[in-house]
Design a binder for this molecule. Structure first.
Ligand code: XMP
Length: 513
C-alpha cells in the first residue's frame, strides 16, 4: 500500500546532533520526527515510518544501563540507519562485537571505501568524515558487510541489506562530512523508498485543516510579539479561522525604533479590529524605575507582561483557545543521555490559572526556525518580519546597563536604528545573526566643537551563531564601522564615544545583561 506521506522516525539516544539529523532529513523534503529511544516497537510501527534512524549519544553500549531500543524494532522490516552510538548499539544488540579501540578517533578522519553497497552508492575512494567516539565495532554481526574503514577503525560503515540494517561510525549530519548529504540521500530514497514530497505548501494546508478541526467555531487569542514565530502563527491562524482570531500586542515601551508601528502596518490590514495594541510603556517604566540588577529587570518585565496580557484577555470576554508560537527546538531538548526531556514552553511566560482557556493551539510545534521562515514566506509575510533578528523578551531594558529611563531608551533606540540601517545598507544583514547597540553605564570625556563633553559610551555588538549557545563577533569592515560610529556620535545626543565589542561567546554572552 502506498503511504500517504514519508516519515522517518529518529530515535534519540541523547546526541547533541539529533536535531541536526532531523534537519538534514527534512532538507531532503522527508518529514522526520524525533522520538524517545525507548519507544515500544508497536508504537513505532503504528507511525508507519519509511525508515528509522538511531542517533548518536554519549553513553557506552558496554555499560549495562546504557540506553537501548526495543529489540523488536529489528524485526519490523523497516530500514534502520545507526549513527555512531546508534551503529554500536545495532552491532551490540545483533551480537556483533563493540570494543574500546587502541586509538580513539576524534575530529576529521579519512575513511576508505571498500565497497559501495547500498548506503555508499556512488561514493568511491577516500571520504572525508567527522568522528567522535570512544568505542567502535570490532566485529560486525553475522551477515553484515563492511563497506568502509579508517586507519584505526576496521569497520567504519556496515550494512546488511537482507535485514535492512545500516551503520555509520562517523557523523554524516555535520558539515565536516562533506558527502554526508549523498549518504542521507541514499538511505532516504534508495533504501527507504521515500518520495521527498514534504513541502512547506503541504505543511501549510495540513496545518490549516488541523487548526480548523481543533478550533471549530470557537475563539482564539494570540500574544503577538512581532517576532517571526508569533507573526507566522498569526498569519496561519488568520488563514485558518479568519476573524475568530484576536491578537494582542503588548507594547512594553522597550521595543526598537518604529517596531510597534511596523507590526501594526503588517497586521492591521489582516486582522482589522481584532488586533489589539496595548500601550503599557508608562506602567513598565514606572515599575523599572531605579532597578539596576539585570535579573530583577527581567523578572519585573516578565510578570508585568503576563499581568497586562491577562488583564487584556479578561477584558475581551469569552475566549476559548490560546495560540502560541512554540517551535520544535523549544519542545525537544536532546542533551540528556536518558532520552528526551520535554521543556514546557510558554511564550507568554506562563499565564495565571484563572484564564479559562479550554485548549492551546501550537501550529509551529513540529518546525525548526528556518522552516518557520519558509512557512512565513509561503503565507506571504514581508521579508522584514520573516528575517527579523531575534529580540529578547525584556527588550531594550537589558541593553541599558543600570537603571532604565526614558532618556536612556532614546539613546539606545536611536543608536540601534542607525546601526541596523547601516548594516542592512552594507549588505551584511543576512550574514550577521544578531546585531544591536548597548548603552554602557560608562561616561567619559570628549570634545565637541570647542567644548568639553562628559557623555555616554555606546557599544556595538554583532555576532554570528548557529544556535546562540556559542557565537563569534562579525568582522564588520572598518569603513562601515567608521560610518556607524560617526553617525551615532553626530545624530544621537549624549553619546561621545562608540566602541565595538570583539568578544566571542563564551566567555562573553551575546547580550550585556
Ligand atoms: P545570551 O546573552 O545569553 O543570549 O548570550 C543568547 C540569545 O538569547 C537572547 N536572550 C533573551 N531572550 N529573554 C529572551 O527572550 C531574555 O531574557 C534573553 N536574554 C538573552 C539573546 O538576545 C540572544 O539571542
Amino acid at each position: 500500500m502506498t503511504k500517504t506521506r514519508d516519515l522517518i522516525v529518529l530515535l534519540d539516544f541523547g546526541a547533541q546532533y539529533s536535531q541536526l539529523i532531523a534537519r538534514r532529513v527534512r532538507a531532503e523534503h522527508v518529514y522526520c520526527e524525533i522520538v524517545p529511544y525507548n519507544m515500544p516497537a508497536e508504537q513505532i510501527a503504528a507511525m508507519d515510518p519509511s525508515g528509522i534512524i538511531f542517533s548518536g549519544g554519549p553513553a557506552s553500549v558496554l555499560d549495562d544501563d546504557s540506553p537501548r531500543c526495543d529489540d523488536r524494532i529489528f524485526d519490523l522490516g523497516i530500514p534502520i540507519l545507526g549513527i555512531c552510538y546508534g551503529m554500536q548499539l545495532m552491532a551490540h544488540m545483533l551480537r556483533g562485537k563493540v570494543e574500546i579501540p587502541q586509538q580513539r578517533e576524534y575530529g576529521s578522519v579519512e575513511v576508505e571505501v571498500l565497497s559501495e553497497g547500498q548506503l555508499l552508492e556512488g561514493i568511491q575512494g577516500r571520504l572525508q568524515t567527522w568522528m567522535s567516539h570512544t568505542l567502535q565495532v570490532s566485529q560486525p554481526p553475522q551477515g553484515f558487510q563492511i563497506l568502509a574503514r579508517s586507519e584505526h577503525c576496521d569497520c567504519a560503515v556496515f550494512e546488511n541489506q537482507a535485514r535492512h540494517c545500516y551503520g555509520l561510525q562517523f557523523h554524516p549530519e555535520v558539515t565536516h562530512t562533506p558527502r554526508g548529504r549523498e549518504i542521507f540521500h541514499n538511505f532516504l530514497f534508495k533504501i527507504c523508498g521515500c518520495r521527498g514530497d514534504w513541502q512547506m505548501q503541504s505543511y501549510a494546508s495540513e496545518a490549516i485543516a488541523s487548526i480548523r478541526q481543533q478550533v471549530g467555531d470557537k475563539q482564539v487569542l494570540l500574544g503577538l510579539s512581532g517576532g517571526v514565530d508569533s507573526s507566522v502563527v498569526a498569519a496561519l491562524l488568520h488563514r485558518a479561522v479568519g476573524d475568530q482570531l484576536t491578537a494582542v500586542f503588548v507594547n512594553h515601551g522597550l521595543m526598537r525604533k518604529d517596531e510597534p508601528e511596523e507590526i501594526e502596518a503588517v497586521f492591521r490590514p489582516l486582522l482589522g479590529g481584532k488586533l489589539i495594541m496595548v500601550d503599557a510603556s508608562q506602567r513598565f517604566l514606572q515599575k523599572l524605575a531605579g532597578i539596576t540588577d539585570p535579573e530583577t529587570k527581567r523578572k519585573i518585565i516578565g510578570s508585568e507582561f503576563i499581568e497586562v496580557f491577562a488583564q487584556t484577555a479578561r477584558s475581551l470576554g469569552h475566549l476559548d483557545f490560546l495560540a502560541q508560537g512554540t517551535i520544535y527546538p523549544d519542545v525537544v531538548e536532546s542533551s540528556s543521555a536518558t532520552g528526551m526531556v520535554i521543556k514546557s514552553h510558554h511564550n507568554v511566560g506562563g499565564l495565571p490559572q484563572d484564564l479559562p482557556f479550554c485548549g492551546i493551539v501550537e501550529p509551529l510545534r513540529p518546525l525548526f526556525k528556518d522552516e518557520v521562515r519558509q512557512l512565513g514566506a509561503e503565507l506571504g509575510l514581508p521579508e522584514h518580519i520573516i528575517w527579523r533578528p531575534p529580540f529578547p523578551g525584556p527588550g531594550l531594558a537589558i541593553r541599558i546597563i543600570g537603571d532604565v529611563t526614558e532618556d536612556k531608551l532614546v539613546i539606545v533606540r536611536e543608536s540601534d536604528a542607525i546601526l541596523r540601517e547601516e548594516i542592512v545598507a552594507s549588505g551584511l544583514g543576512r550574514q550577521a545573526s544578531q546585531y544591536f547597540t548597548i548603552l554602557s553605564g560608562l561616561r567619559s570625556v570628549g570634545v565637541m566643537g570647542d567644548e568639553r563633553s562628559y557623555d555616554y559610551t555606546v557599544v556595538i555588538r554583532a555576532v554570528n551563531t548557529d544556535d546562540f549557545m556559542t557565537a563569534d563577533w562579525v568582522r564588520i569592515p572598518y569603513d562601515i564601522l567608521d560610518k556607524i560610529a560617526r553617525r551615532i556620535v553626530n545624530e544621537v545626543r549624549h553619546v561621545n564615544r562608540v566602541v565595538y565589542d570583539i568578544t566571542s561567546k563564551p566567555p562573553a554572552s551575546i547580550e550585556w545583561e
